[in-house]
Design a protein around this ligand. Sequence first.
Ligand SMILES: [Zn+2]
Length: 120
Amino acid sequence: MDFYCDQVVPGITPVDIVAETPEVLAFHHTRPYWPLHIVVIPKRHISSLAALEEGEMAIVQQMLAVAADICREVTAKEGGCRLSTNCGDHQTTKHLHFYIHSGSRLRDEHGNSIPQDNQP
Ligand SMILES: [Zn+2]
């Protein structure tokens, strides 16, 4: 299952778009893991950073350009943020995506809620 190619890019699952270019889409995660959780994806299928193929680096650069703008805005508003990507067993959806997030984690990697009073 490739949620991004199957649902998000064709517009079947509506998303709250943060930024869009001809090649890249950034939107608020539909089930956020952090209070602020933005997803940046290429509109065409790329499987992961670890499995990048010939010619795909140009799209990654475009993703980073979009991410940089978002990071700048989030940092100005929230004070800071983190950018991450998952590969291999850590990657649930096998379509390259960057996460930009800030705040205390709300859910673990299995999607289970993390009690907020247990956070430092
Ligand atoms: Zn895909």
